[in-house]
Each structure stands twice: as structure tokens, then as C-alpha cells.
Design a protein around this ligand. Structure first.
Ligand SMILES: Nc1nc2c(ncn2[C@@H]2O[C@H](COP(=O)(O)OP(=O)(O)O)[C@@H](O)[C@H]2O)c(=O)[nH]1
Ligand SMILES: [Mg+2]
Length: 358
């Protein structure tokens, strides 16, 4: 899974990126970097920890999320600068975006960009997304019409034209494409454009540690736009440099019950409707990520395409059952060991062993 961190310049994106990845990317009040920072984090899942205790495997592999920290969008009275072409190309490869919003005061930033104004800032960014999508959609419509003139008028192209027209109409009314009903074929026809306003978004309210957890009114307002979590970015970046025990003490002080990375990872899973299944054995205990509603063949394909192609059945039991009974023998005796077919909808916490033949 790839998650983009974006937002206005100096909202604290890199600070939060550092808090999450424990990296030490450059943060500064004045500079703007052109290229994104990239870091990979493990999705710490205590179920994997417990399964590792039970199976003592040679290897334990957690799921990972790749975070990309993009250069900021410049937004003040004189300047309006959207993402560079490089960043634009990269941001489109992400599965979802976390938009960091400044909710801390700073003499220099207040003077340059104005006092923090979370709602205005979010709306500006959403407008940017819509505008960027509109430019792409209009260009595409011209190309389609050009093809028509040249006598190319395939059914496929006509579906795309319908979709693009719908998109342009919505975007002109400042609606995000997420809110528009497209048919499955229409969606497929425009998927390649990776429209920003089609991407799932969540919002990180980056609050000063002095007002952290005192922003319920703003949070309620923001949550009408997208799911929101509050970070005390600067504080949490400092925390990520401490060892776990020390960090725990400071977190309790601030009434933070989970590390920034765990909170953000969990929010990302929720936003995207992702769940985990596991494979276990003496060699390896491993977490895999799928979408809620995915069947056993899709799950098998995450492990290896051969397992999907030659799928026979999925030997299945649940995490809860193995933890309760401690061994697979008892699970079999109790009838909790199931043989599931292709159409079985994999559940969060399922442990699968795929039987296949290629
Ligand atoms: N007071 C305060 N300052 C912050 C916070 N987060 C970031 N900053 C400061 O804001 C400036 C810009 O931060 P940076 O992470 O580089 O922002 P970016 O441009 O969005 O990546 C730096 O001077 C940070 O120290 C915060 O939560 N509280
Ligand atoms: Mg930055």
C-alpha cells in the first residue's frame, strides 16, 4: 500500500513523515524541496506477534506501508503553485492521500501565510485537486473529439466520452469525482487518468502540543469533509527519537494512547477498507493485506499469481480459534478447520493455507 502525505507548504508534512518513519528528513521554515521523501513502515499487528510466539517461525513478516512525503503546495496571496510534474506523476501512484493541515501558530508562518485556518486550507487543497482534474479532463475531451473527426468512434471511446463529460460537469460545479456516480465501464475507461479527486483522502490536523486534544469543534467540522485524525506533529517527531519506555511516559502525559505510526496505519486501513489475513508455519508467519469483500482466489493471488491460477481450495481457520486452542490439532478435532472454495469471502484475521496445482 502506498500512501501520499500532501498539503500546503509548511503544514508539517515532513515533521509528521519523520514521526512515522523515524527517518530524519530535512525540515525547515524556509526551504522547499522538489522531490518527495519516501519511507517504508511496518504495520505492527499484535496478532502477528502472538502467532510468532505460537509457531516460532524462522521469519516474521509484517505488512508494510510506503509513505511518500510530497513537497508542499504554495498558497499565499502572490503565489499559487501546485505540485511539480515529478510529484504529480508520483502522487497518482498512491492508493490514498493524507492531507496535513496546519493547526499551530508560528510567527514567520503566520506572517507569510496568515494564521492557521484549517477549514480554509482543506477547501483550498480540494479546489486544487478539482482544478487539476478539470484540466486533464478537458484535454482528454479535445483528444476524443479529434479522434471522432478522424473517423475513429469506437464503443469504448464513446463510453469514455460519457464519463469525461460527466466528470467535467461535476468538476465545473466544484464537486469531487468521488461523489459522482459512474458506471463500472465508465470508471474503467477513466481509471488511467488517476484523477486526484477520485482518491480516498483523510485529514491530519497538525496541532500545536499546547492545544492538542482541544480542537473538537474544528475536528467535527473537518469530519464532514473526510475522516480526520489529530497529531501533535512536532511533539510526536521528538517522541519517535526516544526509546519505547521513555516515549510511553511522554505519551501518557499528553494523553496519546498509540504511536503516530500506529494511528496513521490504522486510519489508512479503515479509509481503504483493508483487512489482513495470515499465513503461518515453522518457516514464516506473515501478514497479507486485502480489501474487505475479496474472495479466496484474490487472497491467494496476493501471495503468488500461481496460487490464484491453480487454486484448488483454501484450508482456513481463524486467528481467534488458534489463540484460544493453541494448536491446529485441537482446531481440527473441534471442527474449526474449514475447506473453503474460490468464492469464499476472506475475513479479517483468517489464517489461510492455499492448496493449488499448476
Ligand atoms: N509548533 C509546531 N511547529 C511545527 C509543527 N509541525 C511542524 N512544525 C514546524 O513547521 C515548520 C515546517 O515543518 P515541515 O515539516 O518542514 O513542513 P512541510 O513543509 O509541510 O513538510 C518547521 O519549522 C517545523 O518545525 C507542530 O506540530 N507544532
Ligand atoms: Mg516537507
Amino acid at each position: 500500500m502506498k500512501l501520499g502525505i500532501t498539503g500546503t507548504a509548511k503544514s508539517g508534512k515532513t515533521t509528521i513523515f519523520n514521526a512515522i518513519t523515524k527517518l530524519n528528513a530535512d525540515i525547515s521554515l524556509y526551504d522547499i524541496k522538489q522531490e518527495p521523501n519516501i519511507g517504508v513502515v511496518q504495520v505492527l499487528d499484535e496478532r502477528i506477534t502472538h502467532l510468532t510466539e505460537l509457531y516460532s517461525p524462522k521469519k516474521t513478516i509484517y505488512a508494510t506501508i510506503e509513505y511518500l512525503d510530497f513537497p508542499g503546495i504554495i498558497e499565499d496571496n502572490e503565489n499559487h503553485e501546485f505540485l511539480s510534474a515529478t510529484s504529480m506523476g508520483l502522487i497518482k501512484t498512491t492508493d490514498a492521500l493524507a492531507i496535513v493541515i496546519r493547526n499551530f501558530e508560528d510567527a514567520y508562518l503566520d506572517e507569510t501565510f496568515g494564521k492557521p485556518n484549517p477549514i480554509k486550507e482543506i477547501n483550498n487543497i480540494i479546489e486544487d485537486f478539482i482544478l487539476s482534474d478539470l484540466v486533464i479532463a478537458e484535454k482528454r475531451l479535445e483528444k476524443i473529439h479529434l479522434s471522432y473527426k478522424r473517423g475513429i468512434k469506437t464503443a469504448q471511446l464513446q463510453i469514455e466520452e460519457t464519463a469525461i463529460n460527466k466528470a467535467i460537469e461535476a468538476l465545473n460545479q466544484e464537486k469531487a469525482l468521488k461523489e459522482i456516480e459512474f458506471t463500472e465501464d465508465e470508471l474503467k475507461s477513466i481509471r488511467g487518468f488517476q484523477f486526484l479527486s477520485l482518491k480516498p483522502i483523510m485529514i491530519i490536523l497538525n496541532s500545536d502540543e499546547t492545544n492538542f486534544k482541544n480542537n473538537q469543534t474544528v475536528i467535527d467540522q473537518i469530519s464532514l469533509i473526510a475522516p480526520v485524525i489529530e497529531f501533535a506533529g512536532k511533539f510526536e517527531m521528538e517522541l519517535s527519537k526516544l526509546d519505547d519506555e521513555e516515549a510511553q511516559i511522554f505519551m501518557e502525559d499528553m494523553n496519546i494512547n498509540e504511536s503516530a505510526v500506529n494511528r496513521l496505519n490504522e486510519a489508512a486501513y479503515n479509509l481503504l477498507g483493508y483487512i489482513s489475513f495470515f499465513t503461518v508455519g515453522s518457516d514464516e508467519v506473515r501478514a497479507w493485506t486485502i480489501q474487505k469483500g475479496d474472495n479466496a482466489v484474490i487472497a491467494a493471488g496476493k501471495i503468488h499469481s500461481d496460487l490464484a491460477r491453480g487454486f484448488i481450495r483454501a484450508e482456513t481457520f481463524s486467528y481467534q480459534d488458534i489463540i484460544q486452542h493453541s494448536n491446529e490439532k485441537t482446531i481440527r478435532e473441534k471442527g474449526l478447520f474449514r475447506l473453503e472454495g474460490k468464492n469464499y469471502i476472506v475475513q479479517d484475521g483468517d489464517i489461510l493455507n492455499i492448496r493449488f496445482n499448476v
